[in-house]
Design a binder for this molecule. Structure first.
Ligand SMILES: [Zn+2]
Length: 452
């Protein structure tokens, strides 16, 4: 009997970086890949109103990695009736509850501020963990008519590319692709024998600065900041970026490349995630594993202070002399970094350093783009601090490396370019067509495509 081919629908995470949520259907099975939070301004309704499909009809949910824009709506999916299986690598399952609890805290604060209902509760997170199964990289998981396997995306700890063998087709999802070689992780696996590829394109239209210059640039910025006698504030994502930064600082401090000044890691979530990174050292690349043989803790160095409590956090400002503060959230849309921004941005001896993607409309993006006056939680702040950014610390492949990734996987029947701002995705589509003569498209949100 001739079966209908599988089909895919892009529900969100297309024409935008965040909110990955794709539906794969075959025979009577319904499989979701990622269920992420849409981040940015005025996205409450898109996130928490309802899903465009019936969550109780979904059989499986596959998770590429534990960033909140890939997992943030899982508890809400349960609340709306999902009762299937969740699958990821073990590392992703270990990281996810910390990320989800932190996101719940932020969602609860937002709901109280706007007078809207809190979208889910702690018990929905616990329930998600009960449904959550794991498989290590490269182990094939069989589901009767179809199977799946996780390859290493090299993006963050546990990040995976699920490759579905379904209806005689191999369908791969990149999740986010690591900026290999990265300071900590193994390189992204290359793919082969793929029919359809759903790929990210955050930096589809831009290249990063050379990987080897990023540490020099960090060292320079730190030394300049110390010479000015000011504070260096680094808004930082808690998962991966903070651990990369701690590892870099560890390197600079232990080789005496920068003076020993106080460094504050002011993020309870980042502190907890760093604990998990310490335990999962076997997942690091060869050079880090070698380093671990003579440096027992590659995330710790003299003068590093972990501030868990709000009281300790409040005391940072009273520390005299030059210092470095690492705080979340990474785009300054919440978290302790906002308080520090309020305190330091108006003084030109201070510096704010961006090392990650800043979403359109976020406070971080506005500061990075040079707005001279901003409002933080009701207080107007004139921005006179020095503004720096290092894109080499991005956890995403840049344009040339995205092209290389596709080139090595050719021939591919069709490439769906998603998870990018429209201009980045469209630029990458055009480049894939021009340079590789690949059949690349920018799919339409909510539209289904047959994978024949
Ligand atoms: Zn990610």
């Amino acid at each position: 009997m001739e079966h209908k081919p599988p089909r895919i629908t892009f529900w969100s995470g297309v024409g935008e970086v965040t909110g990955a949520n794709f539906l794969l259907e075959y025979l009577d099975e319904r499989i979701l890949v990622d269920c992420g939070l849409i981040q940015g301004k005025n996205v409450h309704k898109q996130n928490w109103e309802k899903f465009p499909y019936d969550p109780s009809s979904i059989d499986y949910l596959f998770i590429t990695h534990a960033h909140i824009d890939h997992i943030g709506r899982i508890p809400f999916l349960l609340r709306k009736g999902f009762n299937g299986e969740i699958w990821s690598t073990p590392q992703t399952k270990e990281l996810a509850p910390h990320m989800l609890r932190d996101a719940l805290y932020i969602a609860t604060e937002e709901a109280h501020r706007d007078g809207s209902p809190v979208p889910y509760e702690e018990k929905d997170i616990d329930e998600a963990l009960r449904l959550w199964k794991t498989a290590p990289y490269y182990e094939v998981i069989y589901f009767g008519e179809w199977s799946v396997l996780f390859k290493d995306a090299g993006h963050i700890l546990g990040s995976a590319m699920p490759i579905f063998s379904i209806g005689g087709k191999n369908i791969a999802f990149t999740g986010d692709l690591g900026n290999s070689p990265t300071p900590l992780l193994r390189d992204t696996d290359f793919l082969e024998n793929i029919d359809y590829l759903v790929m990210e394109s955050v930096y589809g239209d831009r290249n990063h600065e050379g990987l080897d210059t990023r540490r020099d640039k960090l060292q320079e910025i730190i030394i300049r900041s110390i010479e000015r006698g000011g504070t260096l504030l680094i808004p930082c994502f808690s998962l991966e970026r903070t651990q990369i930064l701690l590892h870099e600082l560890n390197h600079l401090v232990e080789r005496n490349s920068i003076p020993k000044i106080p460094v504050f890691l002011d993020s309870p979530l980042a502190i907890r995630v760093t604990e998990i990174y310490r335990r999962e050292g076997a997942d690091f690349n060869k050079s880090v594993q070698k380093e671990q043989r003579h440096d027992r803790d590659i995330f710790d160095f003299p003068n590093l202070n972990l501030t868990l409590s709000r009281r300790d956090s409040a005391e940072i400002a009273a520390t005299h002399g030059p210092k470095i503060i690492i705080a979340g959230s990474g785009m300054s849309e919440g978290g302790r970094v906002r308080g520090h921004e309020k305190a330091i941005l108006s003084d030109d001896k201070n510096t704010i350093l961006f090392i990650g993607y800043q979403g359109i409309g976020t406070l971080g993006r506005r500061i990075m783009d040079g707005e001279r006056q901003i409002v933080i939680d009701g207080t107007t702040v004139g921005v006179r601090a020095n503004i720096e950014s290092i894109l080499g610390y991005s956890s995403h492949k840049d344009s040339d490396h995205l092209i290389e990734f596709v080139e090595k996987a050719l021939p591919i029947k069709q490439v769906f370019v998603v998870m990018g701002e429209p201009k980045a995705s469209l630029f990458l589509v055009q480049k894939l067509r021009d340079e590789l003569v690949a059949n690349a498209i920018y799919p339409e949100r909510g539209k289904s495509y047959l994978l024949e």
